[in-house]
Design a protein around this ligand. Structure first.
Ligand code: TR5
Length: 144
């Protein structure tokens, strides 16, 4: 792996093809991700909301004044939204509801964006489903 950055995915540290392959491999293998260590609190994070099923913490590389990740504590096969099955419907709803609670808590209830990057083609870099909650500035459209 060399260090040329993907022209599209500024979150990818390797070249596009390598990043996509590594991402796909980890998604297929169900390998643990950095988020497991955040959930177990082995790695510290800035937690803004937590309940039995959901954890929300500040993104380490914020793309807006408020940038929070909302994740299920139990990944249960949800490496990507694309892996969702009917049995995941409840936790998917809980994640979206937690995103709203987080936005209100952060004072951005009037203007925030919720993003899910699905797969290498959408620059997903961590294969544990997560919602990005972004706000605190004027969000532009289209997002790119
Ligand atoms: O690219 P996708 O949509 O998969 O989003 C993954 C997000 O995880 C990115 O916005 C990263 O900035 C974020 N990220 C990555 C790490 C990390 C983090 N947020 C908080 N804390 C983190 N730690 C401790 N380590 C990371 N590798």
């Amino acid at each position: 792996l060399h260090s040329r950055r993907s022209p599209f995915c500024t979150n990818a540290v390797n070249d596009e093809e390598a990043a996509a392959k590594a991402a796909a491999a980890s998604a297929e293998s169900g390998a643990p991700t950095i988020f497991d260590k955040i959930i177990s609190k082995e790695i510290p994070s800035s937690i803004v909301y937590e309940d039995e099923k959901v954890l929300a913490f500040r993104d380490i590389n914020p793309q807006a004044p408020v940038h929070i990740l909302v994740i299920p504590k139990l990944r249960d096969g949800l490496t990507t939204l694309g892996k969702a099955e009917a049995r995941h419907a409840e936790v998917l709803g809980q994640l979206l509801y937690a995103a709203k609670i987080v936005a209100e808590k952060e004072g951005i209830g009037d203007g925030f964006r919720v993003v899910i990057n699905n797969g290498p083609g959408a620059c997903q870099s961590v294969y544990h489903l997560h919602l990005h909650v972004l706000g605190g500035r004027q969000m532009k459209w289209p997002p790119g």
